[in-house]
Ligand binder design. Structure first.
Ligand code: PXG
Length: 452
């Protein structure tokens, strides 16, 4: 006890850094703690990180798909600083603050069709749990409470809550919790078939019929038991799995036919990645519920949320007016700092013509990434707007190791990609130049050759 302990160390200093106490998320902890050269990030600006050793690294994943406008964008930083000087925190339960209402209005305006009511959460995972609860409660309020099933998709990633992993299709994220999954969930098949679609540029022309599997699930379970279908329009975490031409439209038709809600999880696709506000607009398919997070405020402060169709919102707005309509929410729903960052992000997207800039970069990325065809061990190259991935044959008996080696070779050469399984993925910043994108792919080529 005695005197309160003072920490005299600068928390940013690398000196005497002890890595042991931090249990790192989705990380090979033991490997990292032995091999962390160039992997501790000290600062960031625009499309570049600087490591504690002073290496400048091109951020080929926009953070984790969230910082498309570049790190520490001056207008967004200024907006958050200004917010700190006026209102740090306000409860969102039974009270409000003006910027949250303004942000909801802007997000609703960016959303397709009649999706015009916005519920705030703090992450993609929370957005997904919220969307699933809205879907189930909506049916129950309308007297269709027997609609309890939610259909997800193989290879889907919907965060790490129990709802999200239940409808998700990532084996490693699910297998430890087999007995704790939501009951009644089923899955559509994923849309990746290397035999039919390897090396497709953009959306594969084969595979729309895979959506018809939803009819099989309807026939098996009966539509009256199914509340919703949830899919990522483009599966990001699985390594940029691109929807076949016509696939999402077909899902939409089948859902509408059977009164099933369609949820698009746009946590990665939303706010720029697809060159439109949402993938819904890019693929011209409107869901009933849409989740967002990440790029909504350029990753500055955690923020996620759900946009619901007006009929869904209105279904809740029944009963005595003094009663809470939806028993759900978070302490930090619409946190003033997150909202300030998001409002500034929306301004920057508009003022810097971000969607047009993304669309200009799409062919640059497509040409560059597909030029890797023919390099050793590549079994697929795929791209969807400003996202792309290269898939490799695994090293015998050591799945995943080839991608780790390529990732490390690229880091040495000043580019940070994402690896998952034996896939290297990239989602460049929207503010990248064509030369930066071509250089990034040149580094990937060298890294593939160096990794052997
Ligand atoms: N839905 C989707 C579609 C996501 O991509 C989440 C939900 C969960 O969001 P939070 O904010 O709870 O992490 C995500 C997250 C990758 C990668 O490597 C992608 C995500 C997270 C971590 C890694 O592509 N997306």
């Amino acid at each position: 006890m005695g005197q309160p302990q003072q920490n005299l160390l600068d928390p940013h200093s690398e000196k005497d850094l002890n890595l042991e106490a931090l249990w790192m998320p989705f990380t090979h902890n033991r490997y990292f703690k032995q091999n962390h050269a160039r992997r501790i990030i000290a600062s960031a600006e625009g499309s570049y990180f600087t490591t504690t050793e002073g290496n400048r690294i091109y951020d080929a994943l926009s953070g984790l798909w969230c910082c498309g406008l570049g790190h520490r964008h001056p207008r967004i930083v200024a907006a958050v600083k200004k917010q700190l000087d006026t209102l740090d925190y306000a409860t969102a339960f039974q009270m409000g603050h003006a910027p949250a209402f303004r942000l909801a209005e802007r997000i609703a305006a960016a959303a397709p069709g009649d999706l015009n009511h916005v519920f705030f959460a703090n992450s993609g995972s929370e957005a997904v749990e919220t969307a699933m609860k809205i879907a189930l409660a909506y049916h129950r309020i309308r007297g269709e409470g027997q609609r309890t099933r939610i259909i997800g998709r193989e290879k889907g990633y919907h965060g790490v809550g129990f709802g999200g992993i239940s409808v998700g299709g990532m084996v490693a994220n699910r297998k430890m919790y087999a007995a704790s999954m939501l009951p009644g969930v089923d899955h559509l098949p994923h849309t990746q078939n290397l035999k039919e679609m390897a090396f497709s540029r953009g959306s594969p022309t084969w595979g729309a019929h895979l959506a018809d599997d939803l009819e099989r699930l309807v026939a098996l379970h009966d539509a009256s038991t199914i509340a919703a279908v949830i899919v990522e329009p483009m599966q990001g975490s699985a390594g940029v799995v691109v929807p076949p031409v016509g696939y999402l439209k077909r899902l939409r038709e089948i859902c509408s036919k059977h009164g099933i809600l369609l949820i698009f999880d746009e946590v990665i696709c939303g706010f720029g990645r697809m060159g439109t506000p949402f993938a819904a607009q890019h693929f011209d398919v409107t869901p009933d519920i849409l989740t967002f997070a990440k790029a909504v405020n350029n990753g500055l402060v955690p923020l996620g949320g759900v946009i619901a169709h007006k009929d869904i919102y209105n279904a809740f707005m029944t009963g005595p007016e003094h009663m809470v309509e939806f028993f759900h929410g978070y302490t930090y729903s619409g946190h003033p700092l997150a909202v300030a960052a998001a409002l500034a992000t929306q301004d920057v997207i508009a003022d810097e013509n971000i969607y047009a800039r993304v669309n200009e970069l799409v062919p640059v990325l497509e040409d560059a990434i597909h030029s890797l065809r023919g390099e050793a061990n590549i079994i697929d190259i795929r791209n969807s707007q400003l996202a792309a991935a290269v898939e490799f044959t695994p090293i015998d008996g050591k799945p995943g190791l080839r991608a780790i080696r390529i990732f490390e070779e690229a880091l040495k050469r000043g580019v940070m990609f994402r690896f998952t399984g034996d896939i290297i993925a990239t989602g460049p910043t929207y503010i990248s130049t064509p030369d930066e994108i071509r250089n990034m792919v040149a580094v990937l080529r060298e890294s593939i050759r160096a990794a052997g």
